[in-house]
Design a protein around this ligand. Structure first.
Ligand code: UT7
Length: 323
């Protein structure tokens, strides 16, 4: 018998305000056509003033708990992947913990930028399979609109706000790839590349700062590293690309998503794509895509999913799970 972390519930939340590409034409030297053709993005959501990452995360968490038929009090651990926590500390996860009415568990943030949700899933899996927790709420939530340089057309048109959440629970599996739940994970980072994508503020500067990115270079690393990490996680699970029902990639750029699918020898019909509607929501993009994929009727019980992401650090990784 092998302990597995299986998905019991899923949910997401997107802020009300939708901003179409054309909005940026008013203030920047850019066009809807450029943004669509270079990134695949058509619109994104921005949080309202006073609406913070923990608020988005709480909405997604409550939706996932309702979907699982569970109360917040029944959760052992809350893991929130974010790079845009409301405050330097305490963690946004503890804010969510309070908001969902949980006092018996523990809560912490995971900061691995766009790879954050993959890192959070791997941490949740480790807590569950080691017996330290039975029920873990894993959330990805971001308000990247708060760390944009609105004069930099190379970055501010690409990002959006949102949140998605999963409830995982420990069950006994058979130890084969036919099991439901997380089957394998692969995590990587290489701090030599940290200057390619970073925020130029924080505790050391006295202000939150804004995002800086060398887009072309990050693009090059993404195409090279995403297929490799997905293949590594699949091999660890004893599976190949032929077994995959859905790739659920980090939603940064349609051209990266297409190039990675091609490297994995998987047709775009087996890729969940939400980048056109959400933009790049960093750690929120994968749980948002999973939740929308379920809502659309794409992802069904028993489906084999590989999810992969890369972002600032550079940090990247993949998770293989059966729905
Ligand atoms: O989630 C974390 C990981 N992040 C990513 O995965 C992002 C990876 N990078 C990308 O998605 C792409 O590199 C971008 C979408 C950021 C840029 O696409 P690109 O095809 O690499 O364009 P580029 O940066 O090479 O820029 C091409 C041209 C430049 O003009 P010149 O120098 O050729 O005259 C840019 O100044 O496009 C210009 N440009 C724009 N033009 C109109 C850059 N941004 C814009 C814009 N509108 N918004």
């Amino acid at each position: 018998m092998t302990r597995r972390a299986v998905v019991r519930g899923i949910g997401h939340y997107l802020p009300e305000r939708v901003v179409a590409n054309a909005e940026f034409e008013k203030t920047l030297d850019t066009t809807d056509a450029w943004i669509r053709s270079r990134s695949g993005i058509e619109r994104r959501h921005f949080a309202a003033p006073g609406e913070n990452t923990s608020d988005l995360a709480t909405r997604a968490a409550l939706a996932a708990l309702a979907n699982a038929g569970m109360e917040g009090a029944e959760i052992d651990a809350v893991i929130l992947a974010t790079s845009t926590a409301d405050l330097t500390f305490p963690s946004a996860a503890t804010m969510v913990q309070e908001a969902i009415g949980n006092t018996s568990g523990f809560a912490f943030d995971v900061q691995a930028v766009c790879a954050g949700f993959v890192y959070a899933l791997a941490n949740a899996n480790a807590l569950i399979t080691s017996g330290q927790a039975d029920r873990v709420l894993v959330i990805g939530a971001e308000t990247f609109s708060r760390i944009m340089d609105w004069t930099d057309r190379g970055t501010c048109v690409l990002f959006g706000d949102g949140a998605g959440a999963l409830v995982l629970e420990g069950v006994e599996g058979t130890g084969t790839p036919a099991d439901s739940g997380i089957l394998a994970t692969d995590l990587n980072s290489d701090g030599r590349f940290r200057d390619l994508l970073y925020v130029d503020g924080g505790v050391s500067t006295g202000s939150a700062g804004v995002l800086r990115m060398q887009g072309k270079e990050v693009f090059r690393h993404a195409v090279e590293k995403l297929a490799t990490t997905a293949e590594t996680a699949l091999a660890r699970a004893g599976l190949t690309h032929d077994d995959v029902d859905w790739v659920v990639p980090h939603q940064a750029n349609i051209r990266i998503i297409e190039a990675t699918a091609k490297k994995l020898a998987l047709p775009m019909e087996r890729v969940v794509v939400t980048v056109q509607d959400h933009g790049n929501t960093s750690a929120a993009s994968i749980p948002l895509a999973l939740s929308v994929g379920v809502q659309r009727g794409q992802i069904k019980p028993g489906d084999l999913i590989v999810t992969e992401a890369i972002g600032g650090g550079l940090a990247w990784g993949a998770v293989v799970l059966r729905w």
